[in-house]
Structures are given as structure tokens and as C-alpha cells.
Ligand binder design. Sequence first.
Ligand code: ZN
Length: 236
Amino acid sequence: MAFIFQKIIDSILFTLYPNACCVCNKTLYSHKDYLCIPCENSLPYTNHQLESENEVKQVFRGRIQVEFAGAMLMFTKKGVAQKILHEIKYNGRKDMGLYFGKLLGEWLKPVHETQHFDLIIPLPIHKKKQLNRGYNQSELLATEISKILQIPIYHSLVVKHTHTQSQTKKSRINRWKNVESVFLLQNSEKLQDKHILIIDDTITTGATLESIMQEIRVKSPSSKISVATLASSVSF
Ligand SMILES: [Zn+2]
């Protein structure tokens, strides 16, 4: 009886508040929320924003000069960050991209206070992929970060000009070959002497991010470059 009563209450609540937690699927009691309180409290935050030598920064050591590099969440298989990324990238949850962009913007505030970024470049995805998905998830994140840090986004300065195959099934070495010079920087004079913050949804080997950074480094040597991602699955 209690079970049926609970079911009725749940269905009434669902009619009133049709949102569910994006991680555990429990009903949320506000249209504005995306996570229930237990899931919000279990977000696997890193401390990269406070550690100058974190594991994401180490990925680029000896490869390319970066001022700041860090990820907000730690990615684990079947963990909270994986679920969030999946919803944003493959389940059409544009709203979640904006929501987590806000969290990433707040998380980046102390970094911005010391680094003084001038502009944001969201990592471009291939046009075909963007057409299929309807958006670029890095641009969604960047939109909210731009509002919070009050710095502009430079759209379309960098374009991805070859359609790389899916990265997931490739070995580390093949991934490197696969992403070689796929980005093309246009109007590089706009970046001279600027501190650029590159935004991506996740970092694994850092190969894609390094590719875009190399392109900026060659065409605009006076720029400083930093990187922030929503999640990190960097492993050693
Ligand atoms: Zn939840």
C-alpha cells in the first residue's frame, strides 16, 4: 500500500516537476536544477585550479609551453563525470552543457585572478559533427565561462579542416598521427600578445589540444596559452 502511495506521489511530483537528476534520474523539485543534492555533493572535483603543477599540466610538459592547464572533474569509468559528458555529447543535452559551463566558469575564477585571460577559444569540432549534434559542446561551456569571467569568445578563428576518425578505438601512437595539423588558425593577428584560454569538454592524451596549441604557437608566437576542460581522464 505504502509502495502504491509512493508511486502516486512520484507521478504527481513528476507532473509538477518533470526534471530528473541527470546522473541518477531521481525527480528534481526545481525546473532549474540538473543534479539532486547527493549527486551534486558527489561531483568528483579536482583541485587543479589551486595547483600550478597538476596532472593535466604535466601532460604538456616537454611538449608545449602552457601557463595553466586543468580539468574541473575527474573522469572515471561509469562515474558521474562520464554520465554528464555522455548526456551533453550524445543525448542532446545542450542545457546541461550551459549549466556545467557555469560551474566551470565559477571554478576558473581564482585562476583568472592570477592568469588574466584575454579571450576564450572553444575547441572546434568538425562541421559535419556539429551539424549532426546541433551544437559544439565546447562552445556551450565557453559561452557561460565568457559571461562569468567577462572575457570574449573568439569564434571561427580556428577551424578543424579534416574529419578525423573516432579517437576511442585507436592506440596512443595512432592518435598522435591522426590529429596532426587538423586545425587551421585564421586572422592570427587578433591573438598577438593575448593570453588565450582554450576550452574543451575533456582531456585524455592531450594530443588534440596540443595540435591546436601548436598551430597558435606557430602563427602567433607572442600569445600565452592556457587550457581548461570539464573533465580529465588523464592517466599515467
Ligand atoms: Zn542524482
